[in-house]
Design a protein around this ligand. Sequence first.
Ligand SMILES: [Ca+2]
Ligand SMILES: [Ca+2]
Length: 511
Amino acid sequence: MYPIRWTGLCAALLLTGPSFAQVLEVPQQYSTISAALAAAPAGASIFVSAGTYNEQLTWPNRDGIRLIGLAGPAQTIVDAKGAGRALTMSGALSSRTIVEGFTFQGGALSGSSNYGAGLYLRASGGPMTPLLRFLIIKDHTSDGTRNYGGGLHVTGSGARPRVEFSLFENNELKNGSWNYGAGVYVDSAASIELVACRLENNRTSGGDRGYGGGFYHSASGPASLIASCQFIANVLQSNIWNYGAGARLTGNNGALLLNNTFVGNRCVGGSIYYGGNLEVSNRNTPSIVANNIFVQGDCPRGGGIAMSSSTYLKPQLLSNLFFQNQGGDSYNLSKGPTDLTADPLFAPNSYKLLPASPCVDAGTWLPSFAGIRQDQDRQPRRMDGNFDGLAGDGARIDIGADEYGIAELGFSGPPQVGAIRTLSVKGRSGDLYALFMDFARGELFLEPFGEFLLTPTALLLGGGTTPALSPFFVPNDPSFRGLRVHLQALLLGTGSNVTGAWSNPLEGSIR
Ligand SMILES: [Ca+2]
Ligand SMILES: [Ca+2]
């Protein structure tokens, strides 16, 4: 075990210069998150300590505010307590606007037109492209005539939020003539990047239409990107039409549905039904459905994937895997020539791949896959999972939401001025590793190692052999607070082939 040189961090901070972002603290300086949001200038960071905040948040139309739950979503909870919606964002906000590390729960709407019981994002006066990450969005309910979006509703031309590493769970749309998108609803002018999220046990019940238990998008604008997500046990149980219990992709324009894992999504009851795991029906441009796992879906017309009419455009199907779908793997369309039928071999009690899975290094990579470079457990996509290096198939993307990998980087806690944290690097015993740090994110494919997610000017902090535990120290200077640091380790195999794999990247705001 070798120590990681923290002097590299000090030098880097001196060279780069800290950002001097203003920091507001809840509840130390502001007793409520709402008060801090109202007071925060553009570009400020709001650090929220662990606790339950019984509030309904309205975001100000000022760009670049970062709202960070310091202890993470399990301990930092915004509860609307059934009084209405949990979070409303309306205006023009860029990706410098960040919401990270919260649970949003307990939203409830019951009027005739219910748009987003949990979160509502509307573009107005410009693009709406905030970054939402490490969120739990659960237990929101909408009960009325039009129920559009239980967990999240995205609307307006120019709206394209990126939502990543977040859980949508147990959101419900009830009794509507229209129950669209119990987990996530995206309206026709808007789009979304939904990456490495999990949508589980979202459902519609009663009423006429249940469309999209996990996700619904009827698109006339840009293609949405849905990648590395899990759709698990979402249920449509409306009285007449149930289309796409896992997801429904419809409207004029197709979506990019890449590397997702669908398990056990079900259409229950009703009289007209299509697609347990997925219903797809686009008119002008087809959806691209590649590298997805569709297993154990249940619907009398296509438990795996279905089109509600054979006259719509057939999606482009590439390297998907089907297994044990009740009602058939496909309905109104045929599987693609590179699709597989096989047991995906999930690890016990998870949807991660075992090393012997037929999904490992078996996917198809297309240039249009930009933006899916991390999997469910934040490992980079395109890794050499079978460690056959340049002598074999190199770093190929896996099928499904999980990329199989053995390199893991961990932090004992968020970086803090004047504090020492412990970094852990895991690999096989005796693998060599090198650790890199940066102040920005990048994307660089390096065969045969896969995706490097820092920039070419990242600093080499040190290295050694795995497993390793090493200190990471931030100088005791408050001007470093709010600065974001990014770390990633490269694991180098010691076999005969030249090969290796990148770890998950770590990133955090210095507190
Ligand atoms: Ca791989
Ligand atoms: Ca993984």
